[in-house]
Write a protein that binds this ligand. Structure first.
Ligand code: BT5
Length: 222
């Protein structure tokens, strides 16, 4: 993979559209970092903002899962801290979000954007719901980037869906009480499982409800 490092960009995901498959874009600062549904992603200096340009696959949601597991392993390797994966696209430290993933699909390629709060200052409105890793002598931004890329590349070798789901599940919020909000519905229950396509199954009483990405946000309740 060819890594390009830039100081300040609008969004690594947006500029990655102009790069060929196999590129990795890393920026120090993003002025228009964003999440799903064009929600903002706070991207000041000190955090990790990275996008990988990958070939399109049948189920690009598996790229998001690979991103989550790779970021989790990188954080664990470098800091010794264990985060938890919340469906569909983020990592939590206790009840605060420390990493978000956004996969966007172009005609022939997928762009997987990963944001990790390392040592970046968070704006006031996010302080109660977001966490940073905070540098210590054992945690270092560059080590996390290297470890993240190492794990990501290793998963890309075979894109073994069963293995990816298994690794995701053992590091995830499954078993927790959750609340999923769709456009016109709220589902409360236990995050029960992921199906083979990576959709979330919530159990409420005896019913199992399949939650599809795009219309849903899931609230972590633990
Ligand atoms: C995400 O969206 O969590 C995906 C974030 C992806 C960011 C990366 S950085 C590199 C690449 N370039 C980009 O422009 N994006 C990708 P979503 O699930 O929609 O969550 C967005 C919500 O998270 C916001 O509405 C805020 O509430 C919250 N948020 C914003 N900035 C945050 C931060 N730095 N840390 C934790 N939470 C944040």
């Amino acid at each position: 993979m060819k890594v390009t490092r830039l100081k300040k960009v609008s969004s690594t995901n947006d500029i990655a559209k102009d790069y060929p498959i196999g590129s990795v874009i890393i920026a120090e600062v993003q002025t228009k970092g964003h999440g799903r549904f064009r929600r903002g992603w706070s991207s000041s200096k000190g955090g990790i903002y990275i996008s990988l340009v990958l070939p399109m696959i049948d189920k690009p949601q598996f790229y998001t899962f690979i991103g989550c597991i790779s970021a989790l392993k990188a954080i664990r390797d470098v800091t010794g801290t264990k985060s938890i994966i919340k469906w569909p696209n983020d990592l939590y430290l206790k009840s605060k979000k420390v990493c978000g993933i956004l996969t966007i699909n172009e005609e022939d390629k997928s762009i997987v954007g990963i944001g990790i709060n390392v040592n970046n200052a968070l704006p006031g409105h996010l302080r109660s719901k977001a966490a940073t890793l905070n540098f210590s002598s054992r945690s270092d931004k560059e080590l996390i980037i290297q470890s993240l890329l190492k794990h990501f590349k290793s998963y890309l070798k075979s894109i073994d869906e069963k293995q990816i789901l298994a690794d995701w599940k053992i590091n995830s919020f499954l078993g927790s009480k959750v609340e999923a909000k769709t456009l016109n519905n709220t589902i409360q229950g236990i995050a029960h499982d992921l199906d083979a396509d990576g959709f979330l199954i919530i159990k409420t009483g005896n019913k199992k409800i399949r939650v599809i990405e795009g219309d849903v946000s899931v609230k972590l309740k633990r």
